[in-house]
Design a protein around this ligand. Sequence first.
Ligand code: ADP
Length: 190
Amino acid sequence: MLNIVLFGPPGAGKGTQSERLIEKYGLVHLSTGDIFRANIKGETELGNLAKSYMDKGLLVPDEVTINMLRAEVLKHSACKGFIFDGFPRTQAQAAALDQLLIELGTSISVMLALEVEEEELKDRLLKRAAFSGRADDADPKIIENRIAVYNQETAPVKSFYMSQNKFISIDGLGTIDEITLRLNQAIDSL
Ligand code: ADP
């Protein structure tokens, strides 16, 4: 299997690039943010719980997120591979993902980390708010929180994959096509 962690701060372009990668490599896209939003829309118990954190720009608790991700992975255990988008966001999630993939007899192939500076991120998220309809994009204070949570809790996940020699940094500035090309080159060089 080809299992990719597509990593980066809020607004780095993970969702956009995931769409292109799943098409080219025939992978299943698992975006924890998208799954939470679908649950919020469907007014499920999980959705109500997730919303109370997401609206503040906080992470949904690990146990809830890990259980949900686990169920989604098991639904697709026969696929060619996964793109994990927005997961893992903590060291505990990264460890749980490794464990889950061992159960399936596979492992993470690579972490591709989109690097984008903070001012550009804030700009992109506020622009996205105009059409995403996402409450967490529309409020500069919540954007600040999400970036702070990324810096404190999520960025350290890089070192988890660095220590396994699975980390590749990708310049996330440029046109969408340019960034797709960089990602394709990194994957094809594996
Ligand atoms: P972005 O990358 O733009 O912040 P996402 O759609 O990935 O957007 O995530 C939106 C929100 O969903 C996060 O701010 C967080 O509250 C919640 N979330 C998504 N993935 C996770 C995760 N792996 N662990 C905890 N919370 C998560």
